[in-house]
Design a binder for this molecule. Structure first.
Ligand code: AMP
Length: 429
């Protein structure tokens, strides 16, 4: 039986309406610019993969795999999973397309939706967007620092202030074995006070206990900080110091976060999060994953990556009241005053349209104020004003709609000057 009740969006999802688009354009465009400047190339990956890929890479006992994956059998009976994160897919593609023959490190970036069945709350969705950068094939500590620098640069470029990198090291898999043993010993003493999830984690994946948000567990783990760093082997400690020295040289502000472990199993050595220092919100995080490529069937290959949340970044921009350029709905607005101006305007519009610009105008008898208001309603970066005088003098008035500065441009230079002005403004999305 059909029902006329309206259907609503599933819990934890959201529509991104036209009003919000300026943030999305601003973040995506700047991400591409920063990534290209730092030598990253774009990769677009499928939104779902074989379930086994995430089980093996993210880790069998992580929250993501045990509780948050959208896994289903397709009509052919294959188990597939909507991607909960981007790195696993990038590594699969690196292996599948034989990218190890390319000059290393291979530097790839992505942008797209991720899916996790989480409890919806403010800033936490079941479909959310991440942007990420991966550098595969280079073990040098400088690589870690360069990646962190690129991520920090991006946030600065979009206008965020007060950024801080929180950083820690998990060392080599070998020193991790020791860290795990020490942590198991320490936390077993407090087992009875741990939450039920952490009691399980104690057996299966003790590092995850340090990630737990339950107050009592946090109280217990506040004492564990030094245990990770103290138990790393000398090589791992040395390597970590090198990364920090490079960050100092690059003047990237960081803070040691001795309890930071991150929610995915594949990390080794450097792990980090970037937060806004005002309220300690994680904008994103990343780290080194030297074991992952081998784990997924490739040769032993070092790698490091970062993923940031788009929605979280937008929230931070709003909180910090960062001014985002309005999206122009037109490139140029042509204002005409008087009958003689009209025929010149028609000719000019056609010239501008021929070079691919979006041109708007009002062709009635409206006043200059009405026409300029229309131009600003469309967020036009430039207006060209033509009256009888300009027809006679063979020129036009070019008005910058943001700072209202006006200049006179002779007819034969109009197209060139318009292009120059738009390029200067660079916000013609
Ligand atoms: P992760 O992949 O868990 O390290 O997350 C990296 C970043 O993605 C986080 O710092 C958030 O900015 C964002 N993120 C993760 N999960 C969600 C979610 N459920 N909703 C919105 N953003 C998220």
């Amino acid at each position: 039986m059909s029902s006329s009740k309206t259907i609503q969006i599933p819990r934890g999802l959201k529509d991104i309406l036209p009003d919000e688009q300026k943030y999305w354009f601003w973040l995506e465009k700047n991400f591409q610019d920063v990534a290209h400047l730092s030598g990253f190339e774009r990769i677009i990956l499928p939104a779902f993969e074989a379930t086994e890929l995430f089980k093996r890479s993210v880790g069998e006992f992580t929250d993501i795999v045990t509780k948050q994956m959208y896994t289903f059998k397709d009509l052919g009976g294959n188990s597939v999973t909507l991607r909960p994160e981007g790195t696993a897919g990038v590594v699969r593609a690196y292996l599948e397309h034989g990218m190890k023959v390319l000059p290393q490190p291979v530097k790839l970036y992505y942008w797209g939706p991720m899916y996790r069945y989480e409890r919806p709350q403010s800033g936490r969705y079941r479909e959310f967007y991440q942007f990420g950068m991966e550098m595969i094939g280079d073990m040098d500590p400088l690589t870690d620092a360069l990646l962190i620098q690129s991520a920090a640069r991006y946030y600065q470029k979009v206008g965020l202030k007060n950024l801080l990198v929180k950083i820690n090291s998990l060392g080599t898999p070998k020193s991790r074995v020791k860290v795990v043993a020490v942590l198991e010993k320490y936390l077993s003493i407090h087992k009875k006070d741990l939450c039920p999830d952490c009691k399980l984690r104690l057996k299966k994946n003790v590092l995850r206990v340090l990630d737990c948000k339950v107050a009592k567990c946090k109280e217990i783990t506040s004492e564990t900080g030094h245990l990770i760093i103290d138990n790393l082997d000398t090589e791992s400690k040395k390597r970590f110091t090198k990364v920090l020295e490079h960050l100092d040289e690059m003047k990237v502000p960081y803070e040691l976060a001795p309890n930071l472990v991150r929610g995915l199993d594949y990390y080794t050595h450097t792990i980090f999060e970037i937060v806004t220092a005002d309220d300690d919100t994680a904008l994103g995080g990343g780290g080194r994953y030297d074991g992952l490529i081998k784990l997924l069937g490739g040769a032993d290959t070092p790698a490091v990556g970062y993923a940031g949340g788009v929605e979280r970044t937008i929230d931070a921009l709003k909180k910090q009241e960062v001014l985002i350029p309005e999206m122009a709905k037109t490139d140029i607005f042509v204002v005409q005053l008087g009958e003689r101006a009209k025929s010149k305007v028609v000719d000019l519009i056609s010239q501008l349209e021929q070079i691919g610009l979006r041109v708007s105008s009002l062709m009635g008898k409206e006043s200059i104020q009405t026409q300029l208001k229309a131009a600003s309603d469309l967020n036009s970066p430039i207006a060209l004003i033509i009256g009888d005088q300009e027809v006679h003098d063979r020129n036009v008035i070019m008005r910058d709609m943001h700072d209202r500065a006006q200049e006179t441009v002779i007819d034969r230079n109009v197209v060139k000057m318009v292009m120059q002005k738009l390029e200067e403004k660079r916000f013609n999305f």
